[in-house]
Ligand binder design. Structure first.
Ligand code: NDP
Length: 308
C-alpha cells in the first residue's frame, strides 16, 4: 500500500487553504472532502468580509474557487467521509467508507456544526420552519412571526438580521442574562421589532404536519409551561466541533475542540495538525480558518522535511 505524505480531512476554507500550500510544496496532498463538502460557507449567502471580494461573494460560489485553486497544484480530492482514524501507530491510518489510507502526516480541518436543541419536532420541521441560519433562510419569513432560541452574539445577530423580513422576532433566553457582547445586546434590545422572553426554554416544536406552527416552552425558574405561535424558529445556541472520530486519538478540550500546542497548529500527536473551527471556538471566521490552514500546511511541510 502506498503511503501518503499528507492527508487533509475537511473541505472548508481551512482544509482547502492547507491543500493549496501543501500542493504547491509538492506534497501532493490527499484531501477528504466529506459529504458536507465546502463546509459552513455552503450554508451562507452573502460573504462580505472575505478579503479580495470588495463587492461580496456568495458562500456557495466562493468554495468551488478554493477547490479549483487546490486542484490546480495537484491536490487529489476524494468525496468520502472519514469514518475513523488511528494515530497510535505510524504511518497513520485514515479510513473512509470504502478505503483505508496510510499517511505520514494528517491535517484535521473538519470544522464545526451548529448545535440543535434536541427537542421533539425540531428535526421533523427542519426546513419547514426550523432553521439554524438566518442568512440562509430569513428570506422565507417575510411578514411572518419568528422566534430565536439563544442568548449569545449569534442569537443577537440572527434576531437583528431577521427583522429585515419578519413582522416580529421573539428571542427566547433560557436564563435571565444574555451571554452576548454589550454592543450586540444593546442593538437587539433597541430594535422595536425584537422582544425578549427570559427563562424560556423550548421543549417541543409543534406543527400541522406540513409546517411548524409554534413551540411549547417551560419557564426554567417557575416550571410553568406555555405555548407560543410562530412561523419560524431559528436555533442559535452555539456550535460544536466535528471531532467525534478523533476522540482518544488526539487531545480534545472539555468542549471537544482539538487542543493545539505552543501557539502552533500542532496537536498532541507529532505529525498531526489541526486548523480552522475544529480548533477555534473564539474567532470562527472563514479568513482565520484559511489562515490557520496555511499555518498547518507549513508546519506539516517542515515536519516532513525534518524527518528526511
Ligand atoms: P455562545 O456560546 O456565545 O452562546 C450560546 C447561547 O445559547 C447562550 O446564550 C446559551 O445560554 C444558549 N444556549 C446554549 N444551549 C442552549 C440550549 N440547549 N437551549 C437554549 N439556549 C441554549 O454561542 P454563539 O454561537 O452565540 O457565539 C459563539 C462565539 O462566536 C462567541 O465568541 C461570540 O462572541 C462569537 N460571535 C460573534 C458575533 C459578532 O460579534 N458579530 C456573531 C456571532 C458569534 P447560556 O448562557 O445559558 O449557556
Amino acid at each position: 500500500m502506498d503511503i501518503e505524505k499528507l492527508i487533509i480531512i475537511g473541505s472548508g476554507p481551512s482544509g482547502y487553504t492547507a491543500a493549496i500550500y501543501a500542493a504547491r510544496a509538492t506534497l501532493s496532498p490527499l484531501l477528504f472532502e466529506g459529504v458536507a463538502a465546502g463546509g459552513q460557507l455552503m450554508l451562507t449567502t452573502e460573504v462580505e468580509n472575505y478579503p479580495g471580494f470588495p463587492e461580496g461573494i456568495q458562500g456557495p460560489e466562493l468554495m468551488p474557487l478554493f477547490k479549483k485553486q487546490a486542484q490546480r497544484f495537484g491536490t487529489r480530492i476524494v468525496s468520502d467521509d472519514v469514518v475513523s482514524v488511528d494515530f497510535s501507530a505510524r504511518p497513520f491510518t485514515v479510513k473512509s467508507g470504502d478505503r483505508e489510507v496510510k499517511a505520514e502526516s494528517v491535517i484535521i480541518s473538519t470544522g464545526a456544526s451548529a448545535k440543535w436543541l434536541g427537542v421533539p419536532g425540531e428535526k421533523e420541521y427542519g426546513g419547514r420552519g426550523v432553521s439554524a441560519c438566518a442568512t440562509c433562510d430569513g428570506f422565507f419569513f417575510r411578514d411572518k412571526k419568528v422566534l430565536v432560541a439563544g442568548g449569545g452574539d449569534a442569537a443577537m445577530e440572527e434576531a437583528l438580521f431577521l427583522t429585515r423580513f419578519a413582522t416580529s422576532v421573539t428571542v427566547l433566553v433560557r436564563t435571565e442574562a444574555l451571554r452576548a457582547s454589550k454592543i450586540m445586546a444593546e442593538r437587539a434590545m433597541k430594535n422595536p421589532k425584537i422582544t425578549f422572553v427570559w427563562n424560556a426554554s423550548v421543549t417541543e416544536v409543534v406543527g400541522d404536519g406540513t409546517k411548524m406552527t409554534g413551540v411549547k416552552t417551560v419557564d426554567t425558574k417557575t416550571g410553568a409551561t406555555g405555548e407560543m405561535a410562530a412561523d419560524g424558529l431559528f436555533v442559535a445556541i452555539g456550535h460544536k466541533p466535528n471531532t467525534e472520530i478523533f476522540k482518544g486519538q488526539v487531545e480534545l478540550d472539555e468542549k471537544g475542540y482539538v487542543v493545539l500546542h505552543d501557539g502552533t497548529q500542532r496537536t498532541s500527536v507529532t505529525g498531526v495538525f489541526a486548523s480552522g473551527d475544529v480548533a477555534d471556538h473564539v474567532y470562527r471566521q472563514a479568513i482565520t480558518a484559511a489562515g490557520t490552514g496555511c499555518a498547518a500546511a507549513l508546519e506539516a511541510e517542515r515536519w516532513l522535511a525534518s524527518r528526511e
